[in-house]
Design a binder for this molecule. Structure first.
Ligand SMILES: [Ca+2]
Length: 363
């Protein structure tokens, strides 16, 4: 075992001896921050763990994972009441379900915000079909909302892509709840008779059977990699880091770096980020440690960061966009040069012809 390989093991042993054992194995969760609210009804964490959205009877808030409030939106000032849920996607977009009422009916509103708290779109659905659930796909590209009889799917900007009514077989068995698969491809609608329906998320087409190997997500209060968790306790929001998970992410990034290195890829930058991640972890800056470990992993597996992993990249150290973009550019230059040279020849020919004709007329 070489030196580089032994360091993470030493790190892990030290961690177990001095961090996990003294705190007890069960308490590998560290409370990173907490925030007190007058009222907080629903909470959501983005799949990457970077954002937390909270909605209460009066306000909507967006926080980052370090507990910094990014913006707030007053529901009360817009006469919205009864929030039914909130979601936040990886890029910090927020969607929430709230209601308004007139003399005749209640109306559900689905509000879509960008990361800066700008209201991008509001969709109004008349009520009478009960409470609404709201979920966002892992990649943040779809927002799915349901009431008892309908499911609506929106794109990330709040444009409706499809909706489905409850299956019309004479028995009104309302939708009880919805779930989205962790891979972000399917929607599951659970019915009151314990039956379920399944749909492709991108077009709403009904599946005949339950897709295999699906992990269903009913609410987002834990980040997808399990590193962060958010909870409501009375008037408080609590944000936890799972130290075992973050340490595993660091160890995993290290093993990936070693693997890529053994294939001959230059991973110096990833190594530097990883040692920064280890330092951040030691100084209890867990958010930074996770961020650096994620970056280090990403850099190790895709050196030029063009989205194609080194193994599949035919030029792993040059962004493919330059190569693809370079080809048409070269063709254009070639075409332009050819045209210039043709023009020059044409002009020369014309010149020669004029000179000949001049000679003839003079002669
Ligand atoms: Ca690449």
């Amino acid at each position: 075992m070489n030196k580089a390989k032994i360091y993470p093991w030493i790190f892990a042993v030290v961690f177990v001896l001095f961090v996990i054992i003294p705190n007890g194995v069960a308490s590998n969760e560290e409370l990173l921050w907490t925030h007190e609210f007058n009222d907080a009804s629903w909470v959501s964490i983005s799949s990457n763990g970077n954002y937390v959205a909270i909605v209460g009877n009066y306000d909507l808030w967006l926080f980052n994972n370090e507990g910094k409030m990014l913006w707030t939106f007053s529901l009360r000032n817009h006469s919205y009441v009864f929030p039914d849920g909130v979601v936040v996607s990886q890029d910090g977009r927020v969607a929430t379900v709230v209601a308004t009422s007139d003399e005749r009916d209640w109306h559900n509103h689905i509000l879509f915000f960008n990361r800066d708290g700008k209201l991008l779109r509001k969709v109004v659905k008349s009520s009478g079909y009960g409470h609404m659930d709201i979920l966002v796909s892992t990649d943040g590209n779809y927002v799915v909302v349901n009431d008892e009889l309908r499911i609506f799917c929106f794109n990330k900007n709040g444009r409706e892509i499809w909706h489905k009514g409850h299956r019309d077989d004479g028995d009104a068995v309302p939708f009880r709840s919805i779930a989205i698969s962790a891979d972000g491809n399917y929607v599951r609608a659970d019915e009151a008779d314990n039956d379920s329906s399944y749909f492709y998320i991108n077009n709403g087409e009904r599946l005949h059977n339950e897709p295999k190997y699906c992990k269903w997500i009913y609410e987002e209060t834990v980040s997808l990699d399990n590193a962060y968790k958010v909870e409501i306790h009375g008037d408080k929001i609590l944000f936890f880091a799972n130290l075992t998970t973050i340490l595993n992410l660091i160890t995993y990034a290290d093993s990936v770096i070693e693997k890529e290195k053994s294939k001959g890829f230059v991973v110096a930058e990833a190594e530097s980020l990883l040692s920064q991640a280890e330092n951040a972890f030691s100084s209890k800056n867990y958010v930074k440690a996770k961020e650096l470990a994620d970056k280090s992993y990403s850099l190790a597996t895709d050196i030029d960061q063009d989205g194609v992993t080194n193994d599949e990249d035919f030029a792993p150290t040059i962004k493919n966009i330059y190569i693809y973009a370079g080809t048409p550019f070269a063709l254009l230059v070639l075409a332009a040069l050819t045209k210039v040279s043709l023009d020059v020849r044409k002009r020369r020919k014309i010149k020669v012809r004029i000179q000949k004709e001049d000679k003839r007329t003079q002669g």
